[in-house]
Design a protein around this ligand. Sequence first.
Ligand SMILES: Cc1ncc(COP(=O)(O)O)c(C=O)c1O
Length: 419
Amino acid sequence: MSVSVLAQNLRGSEIIKIAGEINELKRRGENIANLTIGDFDSNIYPIPTALKQGIIEAYNDNQTNYPPADGLLSLRESVSKFLKDGYNLDYAASNEILISGGSRPLIYSIYMAVVNPGEKVVFPTPSWNNNHYCDLLSAESVMIETRPENNFMPTADEIRPHIKGAALLALCSPLNPTGTMFGKKDLEEICDLVIEENKNRAAGEKPLYLLYDQIYSQLTFGEHKHFDPVTLRPELKDYTIFVDGGSKCFAATGVRVGWGFGPAHVIDNMKAIVGHMGAWAPKAEQFAMAKFLQDESSVDTYLTELKGNVQASLNSLYQGFQQLKAEGFSVDSIEPMGAIYLTVKVDYFGKTTPDGKVLETATDINFYLIKNAGIAFVPFSAFGTGEDVAWFRASVGTITDADIRQTIPRIKEALSKLK
Ligand SMILES: Cc1ncc(COP(=O)(O)O)c(C=O)c1O
């Protein structure tokens, strides 16, 4: 045994495995629409010009030494104002906000700050990476299997039987991988469940905490409105830790500036954990983000354009799948509500390919489409569901709307060949 038990048991990212196969096919000259990675092509979606300019200026100004452990005060102040203006949330720059190198260190540090090894973490499937964080913490994963009729969002009734004694409930809206969101009533019911569970806990017992990942909350479409637990139930402020940041709403995944906010004592512990990992956001990027967030008109202009383009791509794919469904193909799609994802169904289990292979798993269907339709999705099995689930995530940040439209006839042709 050359490495730790934990290291041996860690599962690699399924998405990176699929990306490896795609890159190999691309090297051989195949044209693949890669809808796998939850990222942006920065030539299609560059970061805001003012943010880029601010980063360059900060480097020119030699802002290159260690940032403060909880982030630059100017950035915490900007985030505090951004939260007040955009969400009517009150979080103090002094001790309720933590800046980190993108939002991943926030998630990891929330898990580390509130979950002991062996304790229960409740989260829906499909969802993003909670299974891996449970593995890292040696926590017990309690996966709530969600249903397409609920847009793959968990309900209070589904969560209720599992909540007793849990350390953490991890929720996300808009959700990666589905691009769907909580409605007000559904989230309220879940909030009430958390409040009730905490009322039932003994004095001095560790409460049930709620991790609320709203990294896609600025990317919502049409009439779909983002809700958060603390606005709906202010008493949850003591138990809710938010994950947020600039990675997705400013197409700035490589800039690495995330912000978390929550009860001061949890934020303080997270600060120590992030500090030990050295997972701070680069100082120059923090300077620039602090300035950019204050520039309301640049933020609004950028978000309007980004959302318009992302929504157009998601709609093209959604409509394309609805058209195929109307023509009798065994496919479906769920209306895009937020984030950069569309949920699509390609239910061809048991069908035989022209070269005689039977499609037995979601991975088989995905690879059939990669090789025969030149389009790659991510099966929901990469987000914790079984391989017998025929639903997939399509991520549109690395492709143009025009390219997306071209994929529909290719999908149609490939599916027509299955017997
Ligand atoms: C739901 C969700 N939370 C957090 C993250 C991590 O974002 P960051 O790049 O800021 O670490 C992602 C990235 O894909 C995500 O989908």
